[in-house]
Design a protein around this ligand. Sequence first.
Ligand SMILES: [Zn+2]
Length: 428
Amino acid sequence: MVDDIRQWVLQHRELILDTNRRLVSIPSENLYPRGNELRVQQEVKQLLEELGFETQTFLPTDVPGLVEHPAFLNDGRVYDQRPNVVGRLRGAGNGKSLIFSGHMDTVPQGIDAWTQNPFGGDVVGDRQYGLGIFDMKGGMVAAMMAARCLSELGYRLKGDVLIETVVDEEFGGANATLSCRLAGIEADAAIVPEPSNLAIGPINQGGVYFRVSFQGVPGRNFSGEKVVNPVYAAARFLEVVRQYHEWRNKHAAVPPLFEWNPELVTLVQVLRAGNTQMELADRVPSTCSFDVWIQCFPGTTEEELTEEFTRFYQPLVNQDELLSQVPPVVEKKIRFLPGTGIPADHPIVQTLEAAGRQTIEEGLPTRGAAFACDSFMFNLYSNTPAVILGPTGGNAHAPDEFIYVDDFLRLVEVYARTIANWCEATKN
Ligand SMILES: [Zn+2]
């Protein structure tokens, strides 16, 4: 089995990279609270049907019980024209089933310049570039190509293989993944092909998104008015956030699976003050705010993380001359994304590890994924345990996002072997 799968993948390198190109060339940016995933989802549906999958498409909000569910995030997202696609390749029966689940929305292209065409899918050297190719259109293509590989090689599966592509994952969406669970789409395990750099991730980090705002008094002091500049307060508090980052990374109890990368990130992502639409400024701004994304290890609750942050900054605010006058207002945005996971010796992890050893001599590492994603919707709100495994690459959420081509082909192999073992392939 090792030889024919590898041979198929190497012989179909161009098909595999072309399929990445097919999806990357269709923009599907998440423009919160809206998104334009429709065209790429239509393409995915067609691809899955070409591979013999039965498909269903539905809007997340069409699923009964979604908006009433405690994990539904109601922050004004609009789901018109944003269908999920679920494909099922029926097995002969009496085998274990497997879902590959990922999102087809990408982050917005952003204002930073690319040196490559974000929608080109161009291969340059050992890399293939594209917006969303790493996070995570590529991973979903790898799953489709793995299914195609097995069927073209004449393998029959006992268990079902499902490939579901959802909308609106970026910006802490996760409602669409929840809607699939509430629609009853379950399997014996799920693989989430988020960009894990070919590491098997039984657990992953969580995170919370805060907006920190400062209110000043705008203007100039022509008549002796007392203006209060909120930018200075924000600058002071930014330093507090930096200190918090250092402090918690010194004191955090690092779970063994995160020892490879023990850092908990604290990312200030945007800073706002004044009218940035105007070329020149004419006053001290009335407000200043910044957004900070704070990650946590699995097991940390939203309350624990919020309390840790508050307990750190509050005394520093109280004793600061400026911040005590212009205090931070901390507001949670989107939702808390919990870090969750499954046991590191879960059968799906062992199956992936075995497939890794069959594909790459040294095998694949099993370690915590240092990012938040919507795998928690499986682990907390369904009977399907989820594990993360996706491509190698770089520049997710940045210009010149890419995957490494050779590793990508190995990922297709790992997925094919995993499907073959888990869903019990037989060859006639
Ligand atoms: Zn992602």
